[in-house]
Design a protein around this ligand. Structure first.
Ligand SMILES: Cc1cc2nc3c(=O)[nH]c(=O)nc-3n(C[C@H](O)[C@H](O)[C@H](O)COP(=O)(O)OP(=O)(O)OC[C@H]3O[C@@H](n4cnc5c(N)ncnc54)[C@H](O)[C@@H]3O)c2cc1C
Length: 459
C-alpha cells in the first residue's frame, strides 16, 4: 500500500519557516555538518523553554557525511549509503528547521544570507560550512590529482585503482607497467597517511585477490610530505607509531620534500622525479568560496579568524565554527585542529554561549579538549592515542571500528555497517567498479586523471 502524504506535516513545515521569520530572535546556522548539526541539537535542548527564538539550518546536502568512515568505502568494505545519515533523522522531535539550499552569499552588514531558494534574514549567524581539499596551482596538479573528501571520491579511488591494475596487466613495457603500479600520495598529515594505507590495503587484500597473477608485481605506494616528520600537527609519539606502521606495511615515506608538479608519466618533487601515473592529493584544506569572500580577516587557508568566543571580532553577532574557523584555545593559545572532534566541541560550545546570551548571562571563553587520536592504517592495523596511552596494531584497529560505530547516531546505519564489515571479512572486499557518471556526462569532455585511460592506449 502506498503511504499517504501527511498534509498536516507539510503545512507545519511552511508554518515553521514563517515562524522563523516572525521570531524575535532568529538564529541562522549555515552548514549541517559536524559543527552545525551539533549546535542545532544543543540549541534544541538549551532553548526548549524560550519559544520566541527560532533556529534555521541551511545545507546543500540532505545528510551528514561521516567522513572517517569513508576509508571503509574506499577499501570496498562498506556501502557508501551507510556512511551518510539523513538530516531529517536528527530533526525528529527537535526544535530546528532545515532548508535544503546552496548558500550563495553572506551579507554581514545587511544581516542576510542569499541562497538558491531565496534570502533569509538573521539576528545571530553561525557559519559552519566546513572545508574543501586545497589543490595548489602547480603544473598539471589540478588536471591530474585525485582528492579524497566525499563518497564520490572514495568510489573514484576504487575505480581508479582497478583501471590502473588493468592497465598494468596489459602493459608489455616493464617501465610502463611499473608506472601503473606506482601510487603517489601528496600530503603526510592524518588524511595523507590514512589514504596511503588504504590504497596499499585495497591493492593487497582486495585487488590482488581478483588479479592473482599480479600478486608478485612490484607495487609502490609512496607518501610525500613537506614537513620533516609525518603528522606534524600530532603528538611526536603518535607520529612515530604511524610512521612505523606505514613502513611495516611497505609504504615508502618521503618527508622534507614537496611535490612541484605532475606530468603524464611522472610526479615531480623538489628532490627528484617519481615515475608514476597516479597522484592522490591530501595536502591541506581550504575554506569554501563563500567563506573566503567574506570581507573579514582570514588565515592563509581562507578560514576566518575568530576571537575567544568563536565570533568574528568586527561582527559580534556572527560565530564561525568547525573547519572554516581559525580558532585558538583561549588559555593555551594553541591552534585548534580542523577535526570532527573539534567541530563537535565548537558546536556544543556555541550552543551553550547562545543559550546564556539569550538569558543575559555571560559566557566563558572557548577551551579545546583533545580527546585522543585514531588512525586506520590498513589491514587489521591502526594507531590509537587515548590520554597518555599510545598503541598500535590490531587493538587500535578494533578501537577505531568501535568508536566510529558508537559515534554514529543512527541505529539502522550501525547495523548495516556491522553487516558490511563482517560480510567483507568473510567474502572479501568489493572489487567491482561503480561509475557514477550519467549518460550525458559520459559524452561531455571532463578533465582526465593520469591513469584513467583505457588499458593499452598510448599516453
Ligand atoms: C577523508 C576524511 C577523513 C577524516 N577523518 C577524520 C577523523 O578520523 N577524525 C576527525 O576528527 N576528523 C576527521 N576528518 C575531518 C572532519 O571530517 C572535519 O574536520 C569535519 O567534518 C569538520 O566539520 P565541519 O562542521 O566544519 O564541516 P562539515 O562536517 O564538512 O560540514 C560542512 C557542511 O556545510 C555544507 N556546505 C558547505 N558549503 C555549502 C554551501 N555553499 N551551501 C550549502 N551548504 C554548504 C556541506 O554540505 C556540509 O554539510 C576527516 C576528513 C576527511 C575528508
Amino acid at each position: 500500500m502506498r503511504p499517504r502524504r501527511d498534509k498536516q506535516k507539510s503545512e507545519q513545515v511552511r508554518e515553521n519557516e514563517e515562524m522563523y521569520r516572525r521570531a524575535s530572535t532568529r538564529i541562522l546556522i549555515l552548514g549541517a555538518g559536524y559543527s552545525g548539526l551539533t549546535l542545532a541539537l544543543q540549541l534544541g535542548r538549551e532553548l526548549k523553554a524560550l519559544n520566541n527564538i527560532r533556529v534555521m539550518v541551511i545545507d546543500r546536502n540532505n545528510d551528514l557525511l561521516f567522513t572517517p568512515l569513508l576509508w571503509t568505502v574506499a577499501n570496498g568494505r562498506a556501502n557508501p549509503n551507510n556512511v551518510v545519515i539523513p538530516i531529517r533523522d536528527f530533526q525528529k522531535g527537535r526544535q530546528f528547521f532545515v532548508r535544503h539550499a546552496e548558500i550563495e552569499q553572506i551579507d554581514l552588514d545587511q544581516k542576510e544570507v542569499r541562497t538558491s531558494q531565496g534570502s533569509l534574514p538573521y539576528d545571530i549567524l553561525v557559519i559552519a560550512l566546513g572545508s574543501r581539499t586545497a589543490v595548489p596551482d602547480l603544473p598539471g596538479l589540478r588536471q591530474h590529482a585525485l582528492p579524497f573528501h566525499t563518497p564520490a571520491d572514495a568510489l573514484q579511488l576504487r575505480n581508479h585503482l582497478i583501471d590502473a591494475i588493468e592497465s598494468a596487466h596489459y602493459a608489455t613495457d616493464p617501465a610502463e607497467r611499473q608506472e601503473w603500479l606506482t601510487f603517489v600520495v601528496g600530503g603526510a598529515g592524518d588524511t595523507g597517511a590514512e589514504l596511503a594505507a588504504i590504497v596499499h590495503d585495497y591493492l593487497l587484500t582486495g585487488l590482488f585477490r581478483a588479479y592473482p597473477w599480479l600478486a608478485d608485481a612490484p607495487v609502490r605506494v609512496v607518501m610525500v610530505g613537506r614537513a620533516e616528520r609525518i603528522l606534524p600537527m600530532s603528538d611526536p609519539r603518535t607520529s612515530h607509531l604511524v610512521y612505523r606502521a606505514l613502513k611495516r606495511e611497505g609504504i615508502e615515506v618521503l618527508t622534507g620534500r614537496s611535490i612541484t608538479g605532475v606530468e603524464g608519466r611522472a610526479v615531480l618533487t623538489s628532490s627528484g622525479t617519481i615515475p608514476a601515473r597516479t597522484l592522490f592529493w591530501a595536502a591541506g584544506i581550504t575554506a569554501p568560496e563563500v567563506v573566503c569572500h567574506l570581507p573579514v580577516p582570514h588565515a592563509r587557508n581562507g578560514a576566518v579568524l575568530v576571537d575567544d568566543h568563536l565570533r568574528i571580532p568586527e561582527y559580534q553577532d556572527v560565530y564561525v565554527i568547525g573547519d572554516c574557523a581559525w580558532a585558538y584555545d583561549s588559555i593555551t593559545k594553541a591552534p585548534v585542529p580542523p577535526t570532527a572532534q573539534a567541530a563537535r566541541q565548537q558546536g556544543a560550545y556555541v550552543g551553550k554561549v547562545l543559550a546564556r546570551e539569550c538569558t543575559n548571562q555571560p559566557a566563558l571563553p572557548y577551551r579545546y579538549t583533545p580527546l585522543g587520536h585514531l588512525a586506520l592504517l590498513g589491514h587489521e592495523t591502526g594507531v590509537a592515542q587515548v590520554g597518555s596511552l599510545t598503541f598500535g596494531g590490531l587493538p587500535a584497529w578494533i578501537l577505531w571500528h568501535l568508536v566510529y560505530l558508537l559515534r554514529n547516531p543512527s541505529w539502522t546505519r550501525r547495523i548495516r555497517l556491522v553487516a558490511d564489515w563482517l560480510l567483507s571479512g568473510f567474502l572479501g572486499p568489493e572489487t567491482g567498479q561503480l561509475r557514477l557518471e550519467t549518460e550525458l556526462s559520459q559524452h561531455m569532455s571532463a578533465p582526465e586523471p593520469m591513469a584513467n585511460r583505457k588499458p593499452g592506449r598510448e599516453s
